[in-house]
Each structure stands twice: as C-alpha cells, then as structure tokens.
Design a protein around this ligand. Structure first.
Ligand code: NAD
Ligand code: MG
Ligand code: MG
Ligand code: MG
Ligand code: MG
Length: 335
C-alpha cells in the first residue's frame, strides 16, 4: 500500500511509543518524519529519557502516554512487557485503540492477555533499529512483517500496514504473518542457527584445532574472525555469492565436509529445539528462569565469556583497532 494509507489511517491518531532503545528510537523518529503525532513513554530516570527529549519528543510516563493514545507501540525489552501491560497499559488504553508489538512472544505465550476491546497487531522490521532509521533517511525502508491478533475496530489490518508504512517498511516490502509464526521462527532462528548454533559451531571448531596442538591465535582467525567475511557474502548474495568468492579448494571442502559436520543428526536435534518452542516448553523454562533471577543464565553466560576462544579473542581484537570504531583513539586515551 502507498504511504497515503498512513496519512489516511493514522493522520489524526496519537501514537505512544513505549521504550526508546534500538527499535523505539527508530520507530518514533520515522513516524514523526512521516507526519504522525508521536509521544514517547518511559520510566522517569530511565537511561533513554534524556535521549528522547534531546531528539525533540514529548516524554512522559508510560501510563500517561497510553491514556488518549490511539495506537500504543510496546518497544521495551520483552521480559518487562507483562508487568508494563498490567500496570500501565491495561488500565489506561482506550477502547478501540491498537496495541502494537514488534515481537509476538508475550501475546503468543499468553504472558499478556490483551483486553478484548482493543486491536492487537504486530509490525517487526527485519533489521536492527539503526538500519530502520538510516534507510528511512535515505528515502528507502527496511522490509517489515506484520500481523493481526485481534481486530475489534475492523481496521486492525490497515493500522498495522499504516504503521509499517510510517516507519518506512512500505517503501521496501511488507510480508503478512501471524503471531505464532513470527514468535516461533524468531526463537528458532536465534537458538538453532544465529546465536546458539553459530557460537557452538565456532567453539567446537576452535577446540578441535587447539586440542590438536595448533596455536589458539591461528585457530581464532580461522574459525571466528573470518566468519564475518562469509556472513557478509551470505547477507549480500546468499550461498551463491559465497561460492562465487571462495576458492575452488574451499568449495570442494565445503561440499564434502560440511555435511559430515552438520549431518542428519543435527537436523533431528533442530526439530527437537523447534518442538520445545512450539509446545511452550522453551517459553515456560525461560520465564521460570527469568523469575528465579537468572541463576542458570548467568552460569551459561559466564562459561561463554570464560571460553578460551574469548581469552585469545580479547588479546587479538585489542590489536585490530578497526574493530572498535567508537573506541577512543590511542592519542585521546593517553590524555
Ligand atoms: P532495547 O533494549 O534496545 O530498548 C528498550 C527500551 O525500553 C529502552 O528505552 C529502555 O529504557 C526502555 N524500558 C525498559 N524497561 C521499561 C519499562 N518498564 N517501561 C518503559 N520503558 C522501559 O529494546 P529493543 O531491542 O528495541 O526491543 C524492543 C522490542 O522490539 C522487543 O519486543 C524486541 O523483541 C523487538 N525487536 C527488536 C529488534 C532489534 O533489532 N533490536 C528487531 C525486531 C524486533
Ligand atoms: Mg529475531
Ligand atoms: Mg528474538
Ligand atoms: Mg553458546
Ligand atoms: Mg583460511
């Protein structure tokens, strides 16, 4: 749909953006530049209040922002959303208003059971907030997925599409999904491939080389550092581009050894991970862990931070200043 839809549907609407982090800031700035009326809702004394004010927004407490809003975008961390909903949104959101999420976790797993008299929608850009903003500024946009969970006004779909237009997504591509698909695929991707799969693959590769007597510094470059070059090729042109840019030797090794490492057993276990996501086991465990104060999370995290690939990584990264573009220059650091 064209950006006219935005003007038609949300033109007279007041939008409350709760949270001003990666997504919140980008959404608020883009919506405002699309001519929409945006107020930012944050905890007083929170870390991003001053930033939102410096960007020229009216900033108020969440409950205040929600009152009178026609659309409330919930862009705080996922685990604080149920409490925020109970305390600030549920008692204040207008009947017929829209409640918008960028991730379906809390609604899909029933940590938030939205009031029956409001629309519930989802718009999730397929990129980090910084890119959502810079692409918008260039006159382009980042593709968005969108969904409707509850439609009481009869306009929930148009509201979702209009919001996606307002943040620039309509200039690129909008893909319809539902809360279940968005939530389950997001969790699966980060667990099996992006975060869990990739970090475990790197650690196993590093351990294999070091245990065979190779230097940790050399192993670090081969299995972690150079991963960026490959991922950039994936990102720009998929596996096709990666195969175009690596040597014939690397390709042949990929064909014969890749399937030995990532074999049918891996895929079977990926299906197990997906089942735990689908049947709610993962969500139940994660919510219990969060509510218990993150004891295992902290242990797992410390083990990752203490892994030998990180020990050597700290040392090597300190000698590659281009990896810390925002770090103080040596001359400044000496002052
Ligand atoms: P973030 O951690 O970058 O920012 C969170 C913001 O919420 C901060 O401004 C923080 O001060 C504020 N905040 C924290 N607790 C609060 C409270 N109780 N009340 C009001 N404000 C509070 O978060 P993010 O990464 O932008 O994620 C926001 C949502 O977007 C999540 O649902 C996430 O799953 C989703 N999402 C994120 C990305 C991404 O690239 N980061 C991509 C797609 C979807
Ligand atoms: Mg994701
Ligand atoms: Mg996620
Ligand atoms: Mg790991
Ligand atoms: Mg090499």
């Amino acid at each position: 749909m064209s950006s006219n839809t935005t003007n038609d549907t949300l033109a007279k609407a007041r939008i409350a953006v709760l949270g001003y982090g990666s997504q919140g800031r980008a959404h608020a700035l883009n919506l405002r530049d699309s001519g929409l009326d945006v107020v930012v809702g944050l905890r007083p004394g929170g870390p991003t209040w001053a930033k939102a004010e410096a960007d020229g927004f009216k900033v108020v407490e969440p409950a205040h922002a929600v009152t009178n809003a026609d659309l409330v975008a919930v862009l705080t961390p996922d685990m604080v959303q149920p409490k925020l909903y109970k305390e600030s949104i549920e008692p204040n959101i207008k009947p017929g208003a829209a409640l918008l999420f960028a991730h379906g976790f809390n609604v899909h797993f029933k940590q938030i059971e939205p009031r029956k008299d409001i629309d519930v929608i989802l718009v999730a850009p397929k990129g980090p907030g910084a890119l959502v903003r810079t692409e918008y500024e260039r006159g382009r946009g980042v593709p968005c997925i969108w969904a409707v969970y509850q439609d009481v006004s009869g306009h929930a779909q148009v509201k979702a599409i209009s919001y996606a237009d307002g943040i620039g997504g309509g200039r690129a591509m909008l893909i319809k999904t539902d809360f279940k698909e968005e939530t389950e695929t997001d969790l699966f991707g980060e667990q099996a491939v992006l975060c869990g799969g990739a970090s475990s693959l790197v650690q196993a590769g590093f351990e294999t080389l070091v245990e065979a007597g190779y230097q940790p510094e050399i192993a670090y470059y081969e299995v972690l550092h150079e991963l960026k070059l490959i991922v950039d090729l994936f990102y720009e042109g998929g596996i096709t581009k990666m195969l175009e840019f690596v040597s014939e030797t690397a390709q042949y090794g990929d064909y014969v050894s890749g399937p030995r490492v990532i074999d049918a057993g891996v895929k079977e276990r990926m299906k197990g991970v997906l089942t735990d996501i689908q049947d709610g086991t993962f969500a139940r465990n994660w919510i219990a862990e969060y509510n218990a104060g993150l004891p295992n999370y902290r242990k797992f995290k410390q083990a990752d931070l203490d892994h030998p690939v990180e020990q050597v990584g700290h040392k090597l990264r300190a000698r590659m200043p281009w990896l810390q573009p925002n770090a103080a220059k040596p001359a400044e650091a000496l002052k």
